[in-house]
Design a protein around this ligand. Sequence first.
Ligand code: F0G
Length: 497
Amino acid sequence: MIIHIGELVNIQNALFNRTKEVLSPWENGTPACYTQVYMSAHRTIIEPFKIKVVEPLNCLTRAEREPILTNAGYNLFLVAAKDVTFDFLTDSGTTAMSANQWAAIMVADESYAGSSSFSKFEKVVRNLTGYEFIIPTHQGRAAERLICETIVKPGMKIPSNNHFDTTRANIEFVGAEAIDLVIDEGRDPTSTHPFKANIDLEKLESFCAANAKDIPFGMITLTNNTGGGQPASLANIRSVAALYKKYGIPFIIDACRFAENSFFIKMREAGQAHRTARDIAHEIFSLADGCIMSGKKDGLVNIGGFIALRNEAWVTTLRSLLILTEGFPTYGGLAARDLEAFAVGLDEVLDERYLEYRLAVTRYLAERLNALGIPTVQPPGGHAVYIDAKSFLPHIEPQHFPGQALACELYLAEGVRSCEIGSVMFGKTDSTGCFIPSKLELVRLAFPRRVYTQSHFDYIIEGMQELVTRKEALRGLKLTYDPTLLRHFTARFEPLT
Ligand code: F0G
């Protein structure tokens, strides 16, 4: 077949317009003050890396997956990773490391004390955050535990936008209270507010005024994982910092996804488009007294975390506790090679080509799912897409777990492993035996960094298209094993007939 040049131009135009539609979510219905910044003149945002090491994808058939899921009691946590094709259980610790990170690993100094790898790591974290005291830990929750054991006492209260589960658990473990003060839009999955991680400043002011003496420190989580990977605006972080300062409360940032939050600010906040993500990140850290960090997210490593503090006050106690359970202060719970890779990752993550691509991944998938009639939490966040299973499968009652049913079908049909965040995780039975469902029935698809390519997502979208045509035939599940604690990890189910 011969294609004339004119036809080619038409095809190109059609393709161009389609890509433009797909990649510009802010053009429709978004307040005019939010700019979408593109790093290149092209509409297509490419993976800004080439691949040197590959791993085979295990592509099973539906018939092969069926007995695997039955044996796992319809619980995807109990499915072996080798039986999963696309693993979207978490973005935590699942990063593909770069050639430079692997190279750094080879020159690590594994000395017990005074390792030069620690000096390198300390310098990178100091340069990034501006904080003087750097305490390495094996991951984010170890940093949370150390801070809570050192500073938090029973009866104290710690405000934030939304505390992540492990932060809340560490606060509650020492008898204190974790208070969520996110703006109302942050609780509404349909709101397209561009900064749904913002703290409600009026609520924070009155909370601080009433409780200042019981608040050992105040927090903000960037981005807000609990609310769907949504960012906070720089204006809000500045105001939060000023409020904490006014009441003499130290300000600690949960900085797991600080780079994604910084790039969202560049893209969406009026007056920030001209700044680099690095510059914005510097300003964010400059507003606080310290941070806790899980390197498994924006550290671009498979393990690692830290506490970084401006002042020395808590450092001696923190380091003593660190030695007790994590390790000597120049390695925390890590090998020096982990510190080396972490130092490189903290620098690489602020590459704007990478950040542009990173945020395009969630946007790309969410928009295409929405176009197929699959509702997702709006707007797409930084690290994950959350499908609203309650709206998508209204025929499945909450007590039959629509989120879990959808997650299981995504596994059977596509080999996708996702995570239910609904009535399996949060549903309860009251004293009369009555089922109290979770407010939302979500399925989280969280994306490992630099691991999957656009064709993987196109393949998944193709399968979703087919799934939509038979969604009425999907059935709910019934619980056959209901453990009392953290049921989503070990519960077992059977499909309803
Ligand atoms: N804070 C936030 C906002 C997180 O998302 C996580 C982990 C942590 C703290 C704890 O860090 O895992 O290194 O101990 N989130 C992972 C997730 C587990 O899948 O969302 P960690």
